[in-house]
Design a protein around this ligand. Structure first.
Ligand code: SAM
Length: 252
């Protein structure tokens, strides 16, 4: 980055465990993006915004029941302390909208993320309306806290930033970006391993045939593993390729 340029993605992660960051984001591709100044991640300690003597961030749930709930006052104050005009405020919750590759692109466009990590039984529901937050889930399971969810979302968003991956827009061929299909199978050396051979077409040096094979493999793989991702156009393409006698033709 040239002097005076600001990071292209800024994120404030609100958590009661700020020492967990950057954690795994500090390594590899995401670590280099941070070191080069393309990405700026700040962990904000929600406890700093607690107003009582004990700096408490949670309390018993109204109506009874197990566990504790995160109090609204420190959370809202923490969000307001970092808010920018273009911020997207995300509260992590297993009850939220499912995180997808499309959402990763969308979040990148905002340039500033405020990521709120819940703990215990979750956060006081009033925080959502008061901070205009979106609830986001990373999958249909329950984690102990939102910190891992924040790391997952940040990893997926950071690698989309131009200049972060070694090949420009390398993500374009990947699963969920390759027109919504799963990626075709990949191989490297050796050509033969324990009786299994790399498909001949990949050794042919014929770029058009390699591209056609990969396209067909992506369609077949998606039909087999995630038929819900296929569009009517994909299905028509699969019909045409089976009419023309193209085979699955994977490895070996
Ligand atoms: N009582 C909540 C429920 O049943 O929906 C679960 C709370 S969970 C133990 C504590 C925190 O972990 C949540 O507030 C949220 O921030 C985070 N979390 C757990 N599962 C998650 C998921 N699948 N996606 C995103 N965040 C999650």
């Amino acid at each position: 980055m040239s002097p005076g340029e600001t990071a292209r993605l800024q994120a404030h992660v609100l958590t009661i465990f700020p020492h967990m960051f950057p954690g795994p984001l500090g390594d590899s591709v995401t670590g280099r993006a941070m070191a080069s100044g393309l990405v700026d991640i700040h962990a904000v300690d929600i406890r700093e915004f607690a107003t009582d003597r004990h700096r408490s961030t949670d309390d018993y749930p109204y109506g009874g029941g197990p566990g504790m709930v995160m109090r609204p006052e420190p959370l809202v104050a923490a969000v307001e302390s970092v808010l920018q005009p273009a911020s997207r405020v995300i509260v992590f919750s297993p009850a939220g909208r499912r995180f997808t590759q499309a959402m990763a692109h969308d979040l990148l466009a905002s340039g500033h993320l405020v990521l709120v990590c819940g703990r215990y039984e979750g956060i006081d529901d009033r925080v959502l309306a008061l901070t205009r937050a979106e609830e986001v889930s990373i999958g249909d399971f329950v984690l102990t806290g939102g910190e891992l969810a924040a790391m997952v979302v940040l990893d997926a968003v950071i690698r989309l930033l131009p200049g972060v991956l070694s090949t420009s827009e390398a993500w374009r061929d990947e699963s969920h970006s390759f027109e919504g299909l799963l990626e075709y199978p990949q191989y490297t050396r050796p050509v033969e391993f324990r009786g299994q051979r790399v498909p001949d077409v990949l050794l042919s040096g014929h770029h058009a045939q390699v591209a056609a094979w990969r396209r067909q493999q992506a369609l077949l793989r998606t039909r087999e593993r995630r038929p819900d991702l296929l569009t009517p156009d994909h299905l028509a393409e699969l019909d045409r390729s089976s009419d023309s006698g193209a085979s699955a033709g994977g490895a070996c």
